[in-house]
Ligand binder design. Structure first.
Ligand code: SPV
Ligand code: MN
Length: 625
């Protein structure tokens, strides 16, 4: 490899930083992309505060971020057509004989590499290339994975500095070996600091080299190589090594008497209340998006892959999410993206609990009410997928185990989705396999603004992880079943639905009711109450919820509401099983037999029950089990 070129572009100081790693694999990687992308210079980021500061300065100098009124706050805009994950152009690079399944997008490896490397060529001319070292998961842990990011976007590095642990020193412990994830991103041609050629936007994942490549985009979900891109690599690696990478939050829930803290993980598709759950007032957060899970000494343990949050800002207000709202309005390091910069340089977002603004600057330029975007559609003052990037440690409810290299023991796993008419607000599965198969592997959710495309379409999304799967679906399900093989007490598995609607189309639950469901789950995990056995699993007794609503939300929970929310919707549940079975029959080539068996058993229970009790039996026909 051409080290002379790297030396030249790095200059003495940056080259010394690379050399100190004593890792030829890193050198080769940097040399390859320095040659191809041809930046003017290369900056190497170590774990030092000075290097982080340098990047922060660059974001402003490059015009990628601007300072806002509050100290530490900046705004970043993505292009008008670059406001979410691009599922259509995110693909695995596969050799001709490799198969992942029809629901997982792929492109021929050689052709894909040629195409994206073509886009990379000279793409950094006139710019600086940033070479940055991070660690996924806590450092010095069995969970740690070293990762290196190359990009020409200081915003990407700035985001990663908040979201991931620094990993330069950890790279030295590799002692020259590989085994690290690699990410390369170039923003491509720019127009007013945003990627111009979105038609050439590509996000390619090379499982073979554990490398992710993206170009002509800036939206963090497509560019931050350590987030969903590395998550795809980690799913593959986990499958090979016998652990799990999941699209899950990790949180601690206190018992009512506050004496005990029980940890839960939860999988929800994007924009379905995942962060809001993990952030519930009075509870503890470890992570809101990606978890690694391992069976260790008879326990199922999890860590947060990240140390920050890249969260959806719409609906964050003092009433719904006081902790986040506080972090977003107090001085501290926050990157806002695609919100409105309103009067006095104050960021404004949809449903922020303040009167609507009348002017400002947003992702489409100068904004006033009625303003149309380049597609002639009226633009809201802030984008629905506008986001904030913050440090977890800046939140007052951040749990002390965030950096624990051993992770935390998981007591319960929660699956959820956006479902207006089928599932009850909360249910517990009969056992681990029943939960994985009927609650996790059957998630359907109505699409949201977190991905490009139409909203509100009911979409299959097993474990809320379909977008990120890098292994065949059947194998992934089997891995989930197997993870508890050596676990002494399997976590309980739950399903929640925050989006159930009544006949009038109105939501049946308030936004805060989820707190009650969590407290009920905590009671179940610790064996503090029994529950009602139905064909789909256990549901709460009215009595328990009445007490919990009073204790947690100071509200009277009416029996009428309970009956409406927790009646079992027989026909809808059966129809869902039929839809899901059809998917597994037609689209998945390696469905585990047990999945169909368990779904058939559930269908039979529902049909028998429907015969005896009609279409919408209320909870009181069932018995405690
Ligand atoms: C999600 O969409 O699930 C996110 C944000 O967490 S992104 O980084 O876009 O994946
Ligand atoms: Mn996510």
């Amino acid at each position: 490899m051409d080290m002379k070129l790297v030396k030249e572009k790095c200059g003495k100081e940056n080259y010394a930083k690379l050399e100190a790693l004593k890792n030829p694999k890193v050198m080769d990687f940097v040399a390859k992309y320095a040659k191809l992308c041809n930046p003017d210079s290369v900056f190497v980021r170590t774990d030092s505060k000075g290097d982080a500061e340098y990047i922060r300065r660059k974001t402003v100098e490059n015009g990628e971020e601007r300072a806002l009124a509050t100290e530490g706050h900046t705004i970043h805009f993505d292009g008008y057509y670059d406001q979410a994950r691009d599922k259509a152009n995110t693909k695995y690079l596969l050799r001709p004989d490799e198969v992942l399944g029809s629901d997982i997008k792929s492109v021929d490896r050689d052709a894909g590499l040629k195409e994206i490397h073509g886009f990379f060529e000279n793409s950094m001319a006139g710019r600086e290339m940033y070479v940055c070292f991070f660690c996924l998961g806590p450092t010095d842990s069995v969970f740690s994975i070293s990762a290196v990011q190359i990009t020409d976007s200081a915003y990407v590095v700035h985001s990663e500095n908040i979201l991931y642990r620094t990993g330069y020193e950890q790279f030295k412990t590799l002692k020259g070996k590989g085994g690290f994830f690699r990410a390369v991103h170039t923003a491509g041609e720019l127009d007013k600091a945003v990627s111009k050629n979105v038609d050439k936007r590509r996000v390619y994942i090379d499982l073979e080299e554990e490398t992710v490549l993206s170009t002509n985009t800036q939206y963090a979900g497509n560019t931050v190589g350590l987030k969903k891109l590395s998550m795809r690599l980690a799913i593959r690696r986990a499958s090979e090594e016998g652990w799990l990478t999941e699209h899950m939050f990790i949180m601690g829930v206190h018992s009512l008497d506050k004496k005990q803290l029980t940890y839960f993980t939860g999988s929800f598709p994007s924009a379905c209340g995942k962060t809001a759950t993990a952030m519930l007032e009075g509870e503890k957060i470890i992570g809101d998006d990606i978890a690694y899970l391992r069976s260790i000494n008879g326990k199922l343990c999890a860590v947060n892959v990240e140390r920050g949050i890249f969260g959806i800002i719409q609906d964050v207000n003092g009433e719904n999410d006081p902790s986040i709202f506080e972090a977003l309005t107090a001085p501290g390091e926050v990157i806002f993206s695609n919100v409105l910069v309103g009067e006095n340089n104050i960021p404004r977002w949809l449903a922020d609990g303040r009167p609507s603004p009348s002017k400002g600057t947003n992702f489409a330029g100068e904004w006033t009410p009625g303003k149309k975007g380049p597609d002639k559609k009226e633009t809201p003052y802030a984008h629905k997928n506008a986001r904030y990037t913050i440090w977890l440690k800046d939140l007052k409810n951040c749990d002390e185990n965030l950096e624990n290299p051993d992770g935390v023991e998981i007591g319960g796993v929660i699956y959820g989705g956006r479902d207006s008419d089928t599932s009850v607000p909360v249910a517990q599965s009969f056992d681990w396999a029943h939960g994985i198969l009927t609650q996790g592997a059957t998630i359907e959710s109505e699409t949201t603004a977190a991905t490009l495309g139409r909203e509100g379409v009911r979409t299959f999304n097993l474990m809320a992880n379909l977008d990120f799967l890098s292994i065949p679906i059947g194998r992934y399900i089997q891995n989930n079943l197997d993870i508890v093989q050596d676990v002494k007490k399997s976590p309980l598995v739950f399903h929640v639905n925050y989006f159930l609607r009544g006949k009038d189309g109105k939501f049946l639950n308030g936004i805060k009711d989820k707190h009650v469901w969590l407290k009920w789950m905590e009671m179940r995990v610790n064996g503090n109450t029994d529950a009602i056995k139905t064909p789909i699993g256990y549901i709460p007794k009215y009595e328990d919820l009445r007490v919990l609503f009073k204790e947690v939300l100071a509200r009277d929970y009416k029996i009428k509401d309970y009956k409406e929310q927790f009646k079992i919707r027989m026909s809808e549940c059966i129809a869902k099983i039929d839809r899901i079975k059809n998917i597994y029959h037609t689209k998945v080539f390696d469905t585990p037999h047990i999945l169909i068996k368990i779904l058939d058993e559930q269908k039979k229970r529902l049909e028998d029950c429907r015969k005896a009790h009609g279409d919408y039996p209320e909870p009181d026909i069932f018995r405690p089990g």
